[in-house]
Design a protein around this ligand. Structure first.
Ligand SMILES: [Fe+2]
Length: 484
């Protein structure tokens, strides 16, 4: 469809008919549920719970300030008086926040941001470990009022808020053809497997969706019309995307970009067809984090949550089941991308991270290992409340039977034993990953390793002591951050 691209570039903007307020949400839970049932999406203002400048400052400092880059490639913005603002200088923090929130950002600062961006710039989704461990995001995950809203929408008190990443979208980022479901719409059958997807927009953002695409009637019609056009797709595979050239219901024309005001949370059902809008050249930076809820967690998932939260690691999977990949997959086909990453590294980091791999054609090319926390950074687990630990999956809910817990007359003891076995399993996987890390440290990857590494199966450092240190990084501490 030749006209499809034009239409996608200017998705009509809309406003939400109603924005709920988190401060009185407990008095409006019935209305919240009714709007969610009708539209498949709700917007809630987090007024008073988030300090925009603090979140933007901390998030950007953590993601960009910890990169193992040489001075030349570290984020430096320019203030209107011409002075250079350095991401590693706490004295520049407030001025950097001001420049990031400026609308529009100066072209020079946009260029600097793009130059300093870690892999996944085009998608605006940094997958460095710091992106998954933001303290404001953790605070929102365990927030009582937000949890009450999620409980009402999902109809269960056994919630699980999976770990997810931040997003930092500079102007002119985003991709066109991303109208999709994160779950295969053909497998969404009943209320029981409904999940809540969500994101918190710390600066004003957008959420693209096709309203009404979550109803059983819509899904039935969709499956009948699109199944013949999308043959060969295995049922149940994460991320079901649509092709604008195969769109008999003209869903690409139906989609709308809803404006999400700053410091608002949107929840949408996993049945809702949704997408992304490109951030325009003169639009503000979009900054925030993903925050969804599911109604059950397996013992295996819980062990993985514990691992991530307690040791500060990257999760293996996104809530949708997609692999978390440090580098975009296209990097594998275009080795020059790795050369560009290698060029940005400090001399010390280059010595530790740059290696080579062999392509399928047998050619030796540059490769760069993923990195974790800086060598001199001591990760401290976030101090979740007792209930918060259950919500994020660190502890089990009392009275909730995890689907993969071993059957027994004495559930508690059997579950505990099962968890021990799982813990042992994870330790074995860790050991295997450690072995892989050692193999890489020999400067040559074993043949055939790169596919699985870059598919995200084993590419993320599994534990603090296995992280390739971002050597030479010195982030001057600006003192303990305050939490609201
Ligand atoms: Fe999605």
């Amino acid at each position: 469809m030749s006209g499809g691209k034009k239409k996608k570039e200017c998705i009509p903007r809309c406003e939400f008919k109603k924005i709920f307020n988190i401060n009185n949400i407990n008095d409006h839970l019935a209305e919240l549920s009714a709007v969610f049932k009708q539209d498949g999406i709700v917007c809630i203002s987090l007024e008073g719970k988030l300090d925009q400048r603090k979140v933007v400052g901390d998030m950007v400092q953590q993601i960009f300030g910890y990169l193992p880059y040489s001075e030349e490639y570290l984020l430096k913005l320019r203030s209107p008086d011409g002075s250079v603002l350095n991401i590693r200088n706490p004295d520049d923090k407030e001025a950097i926040i001001t420049e990031l929130l400026r609308v529009p950002m100066t072209p020079e600062n946009v260029n600097e941001l793009n130059k300093a961006y870690p892999p996944h710039r085009q998608f605006g989704g940094p997958c460095v470990v710091q992106s998954f461990h933001n303290e404001d995001a953790n605070e929102m995950r365990q927030d009582e009022d937000i949890n009450n809203a999620a409980e009402a929408l999902l109809g269960t008190r056994f919630l699980w808020c999976p770990i997810n990443r931040c997003f930092v979208r500079p102007p002119k980022t985003g991709t066109h053809t991303l109208l999709h479901w994160d779950w295969d719409p053909r497998t969404i059958e009943s209320e029981d497997n409904q999940e809540l997807q969500g994101k918190v927009c710390v600066t004003e953002g957008t959420f693209v969706c096709v309203l009404g695409s979550h109803t059983p009637e819509f899904l039935e019609k969709f499956c009948a019309l699109y199944e013949p056009l999308y043959q060969g797709r295995k049922p149940g595979v994460a991320k079901y995307g649509l092709d604008p050239n195969k769109d008999p219901m003209r869903l690409f024309e139906e989609q709308r970009a809803y404006i999400v005001p700053a410091c608002c949370l949107v929840f949408w059902t996993n049945r809702l067809l949704h997408g992304h809008a490109i951030v325009g050249r003169d639009e503000r930076m979009q900054i925030g984090f993903y925050q969804g809820y599911q109604r059950s967690i397996s013992a295996q998932q819980r062990m993985e949550c514990q691992e991530s939260y307690l040791n500060g690691t990257v999760p293996r999977l996104y809530p949708s089941g997609d692999n978390v990949c440090f580098y975009p997959r296209k990097f594998l086909n275009f080795p020059d991308h790795f050369k560009s990453v290698a060029k940005k590294l400090s001399a010390e980091a280059r010595a530790e991270l740059v290696t080579t791999r062999f392509t399928k054609a047998g050619k030796e090319v540059v490769d760069v290992r993923p990195w974790g926390w800086p060598k001199d950074h001591c990760f401290a687990p976030f101090p979740f409340t007792e209930k918060g630990k259950r919500i994020v999956g660190i502890e089990p809910w009392e009275g909730f039977r995890e689907p993969d817990a071993p059957p027994s007359d004495n559930g508690g003891i059997a579950q505990a034993a099962g968890h021990d076995q799982l813990a042992a399993k994870i330790r074995v996987v860790d050991a295997a990953n450690g072995g892989m890390a050692q193999a890489r440290a020999s400067k040559k990857r074993p043949l055939g390793d790169s596919e699985s590494v870059h598919d995200g199966e084993v590419q993320m450092p599994a534990r603090q002591d296995q992280l390739a240190p971002g050597s030479g990084i010195r982030v001057r501490d600006s003192g303990p951050a305050t939490r609201k």
